[in-house]
Design a protein. Sequence first.
Length: 247
Amino acid sequence: MSQVNLNSQINQIDIDNLPRHIAIIMDGNGRWAKKRLLPRNFGHQEGMKRVVEIVEASTELGIKHLTLYAFSTENWKRPKNEIEGLMKLLITYIRNELDKLIKNNVRLNILGDVTPLPDLAKLEIRRAIDETKDNNGMVLNIALNYGGRDDIINGVKTILKDVELGNISIEDIDNNLFSEYLYTKGQPDPDLLIRPSGELRISNFLLYQTAYTEYWFSDVLWPDFKKEKLYEAILDFQKRNRRFGGI
Ligand code: IPE
Ligand code: IPE
Ligand code: MG
């Protein structure tokens, strides 16, 4: 898309009606590579460029929360070399981008249980979380070893412990309180969920948090998902009439 079109697209976006929280299922890297007769990890590499681009575009727009689904609890089923490649890319992403994240006032947060990740990945994640912890611009959630069911079960276990300890009583448990036991605690639910690659499913992403989220699907594969697509999704979102069960 030309610069002129890109500018006019941004200009159409209503800055007072931005989704507070955008969540993206970054899908289609493997198919992108396959179409080019390349190994799947090339698709992940190209996909990482889109991570950089979309994070930048989101901070520029003033999005407050961006969640990127990078690795699901089911993705451990993949071949060892693909998993290793993805972990290496994660490390590269942090090493290359941390300075820019700090400069852009982004706070990095991880959704999911990082325990089974390689030590080096955990080290870089800890460093990035620590170095961005005081930033109060956009929260960038990376969902890693994340599963919506796992999120809920983990929350149930923690809330039960608090009941057992007498910190809360069963009667205190409602939607608001339970949300505080999820990986997304303290953050608004996603307003807009984007899934590229043509798949029309949630794949164990934010199951609890997407009760009233607007979905936006695209056939474009993630490595081709340029910022114009993000603008398109936001413009579409702004045309929707959200009723939350009302009239
Ligand atoms: C998404 O792309 C990236 C991850 C799940 C880590 P895929 O690797 O799922 O790509 P497709 O769906 O096989 O094309
Ligand atoms: C969802 O994509 C997970 C991530 C993008 C990290 P998948 O490619 O794993 O989902 P399915 O298997 O097509 O449902
Ligand atoms: Mg996939």
